[in-house]
Design a protein around this ligand. Structure first.
Ligand code: IMP
Length: 433
């Protein structure tokens, strides 16, 4: 039995989608535990390319897909994805299961987010504007509406009106003037409820039952460790737990049932939105890396901020998640470099820091200490065998392994599924056996 979690070790966008797609065949179920439609995987079916944000990509391969209790779900976005998949002839009904405990995003969540992001003087997070944060705020504030309430035909109108009236009072107090029609939204959501009713179930019971029956579950992470609400670069992060603990709480599974944790990291680093990024490259060097890696957001199209691989950050991610194996993606993007700087430590006010600072001001002000690794300046694009990598690229991989004390079991050398090296004898390969 092997139930595996695939998690981002940096700031999201590490290439989890490709790795999940690559290995999903070996699993029976793909389950999401956190986030919402702020995440995004570009998926290719034949010649068609589209983005899935909520539905676990395993559904494309006929696997069961679970949207766990830890997610916040915009029903309109979910229905759009279902429709797209059905239009491509993919069976969704009977394969997709939504937790009755997952929280529902309403238009007032997006409104609250816009108001917060646009308020002069307030910290601007640079969110994806999907209403994710305000919906999680309502969840933690114990005033959210879950699918269980949405589907409760008798009780929902009352609950929704009360929640919406409360938001109206807040909006007025905050001087937000976005007219919205409570009764029209109520009707819209009653309609969504009926369309989604066949998919909603007790996924906690379901996932545990499937595991007991011997089915293998792939826990598909969203975002990344440094965007985790507890462990990331607070407050510049998302509002959920993107680390391994979130898999347990966001699906109702015991840690005893997770047999391995696969961390995904780029061979360099990127982030979107605001917040400190110690190894960020600005100017021409940043543009060169961005263009080489085609670093533009899947969900929002924003240019991603780019920088060098950061060992203290990765060590921290390893501590939080206890990675069994690490996947390095986009190795080929570094092909053009003469030397590759790797951040080995931070300095703050002349002192060496041995930990990730909690204060964003401190993390913003740290000076990275770099070690220059030799580049290979030849193409590694599409290489599938470790032995075929140039020696300097192998040395780069061994160096990272040594520094992080975790194996690098898989290396991605291009966007296609087969542009991947799976290292023989690695724990990663073992999970797929
Ligand atoms: P939110 O999740 O929309 O509230 O956005 C909060 C922060 O997390 C912003 O900096 C976003 O850019 C970032 N973020 C959220 N989801 C993702 C993702 O899937 N990949 C990368 N960054 C993300």
């Amino acid at each position: 039995m092997a139930n595996i979690a695939v998690l981002g070790a940096q700031w999201g966008d590490e290439g989890k989608g490709k790795i999940v797609d690559l290995i999903a065949d070996r699993f029976d179920v793909v389950a999401r535990s956190s986030g919402g439609h702020n995440a995004g995987h570009t998926v290719k079916v034949g010649d068609q390319k589209f983005i899935l944000s909520l539905i676990p990509t395993g559904i494309l391969r006929g696997k069961k897909g679970i949207i766990g209790n830890g997610l916040v779900v915009d029903p309109a976005a979910l229905l759009r994805e279902i429709k797209t998949l059905e239009g491509l002839g993919i069976t969704v009904k009977g394969n997709l299961f939504i937790s009755h405990r997952a929280h529902v995003i309403f238009p007032y969540h997006r409104m609250m987010e816009r108001a917060s992001e646009d308020t002069p003087g307030k910290v601007k997070i640079g969110t994806t504007s999907r209403g994710i944060g305000p919906c999680y705020e309502d969840k933690i504030g114990r005033r959210g509406i879950r699918f269980a309430e949405l589907l409760d035909t008798a009780g929902f109108p009352e609950r929704f009106r009360a929640a919406a009236e409360e938001k109206n009072i807040i909006a007025t107090a905050l001087n937000i003037h976005e007219p919205w029609d409570i009764e029209a939204i109520l009707k819209e959501y009653q309609d969504y409820a009926e369309q989604l009713r066949p998919y909603v179930t007790d996924t906690i019971y379901l996932v545990n039952q499937l595991i007991r029956q011997g089915e293998k579950v792939l826990f598909e992470g969203a975002q990344g460790t440094m965007l985790d609400i507890d462990h990331g670069t607070y407050p510049y992060l998302t509002s959920s737990n993107a680390t391994v603990g979130g898999v347990c709480t966001g699906l109702g599974v015991s840690p005893m049932l997770i047999d391995g944790v696969v961390g995904i990291a780029k061979a360099y680093a990127t982030r979107v939105g605001g917040g400190p990024f110690a190894t960020e490259l600005l100017g021409d060097a940043g543009n060169a890396l961005r263009n080489a890696g085609n670093e533009f957001g899947t969900v929002t199209g924003r240019p991603r901020r780019c920088g060098w691989f950061d060992l203290p950050l990765m060590n921290y991610a390893h501590n939080v998640n206890h990675l069994t194996t690490l996947v390095i993606t986009k190795l080929d993007v570094l092909d053009y470099l003469e030397t590759i700087p790797v951040c080995v430590a931070y300095k703050y006010k002349g002192e060496k820091l041995d930990f990730m600072p909690a204060l964003p001001e401190v993390y913003e002000a740290v000076v990275p200490v770099y070690e220059e690794r030799p580049g290979w300046h030849c193409s590694t694009a599409g290489i599938r065998e470790y032995d075929q990598l140039p020696q300097a690229a192998k040395d780069y991989i061994s160096y990272l392994e040594g520094q992080l004390e975790v194996e690098i079991g898989c290396i991605s050398t291009g966007p296609e599924r087969d542009e991947t090296i799976i290292r023989r004898g690695s724990k990663f390969a073992g999970f797929l056996a």
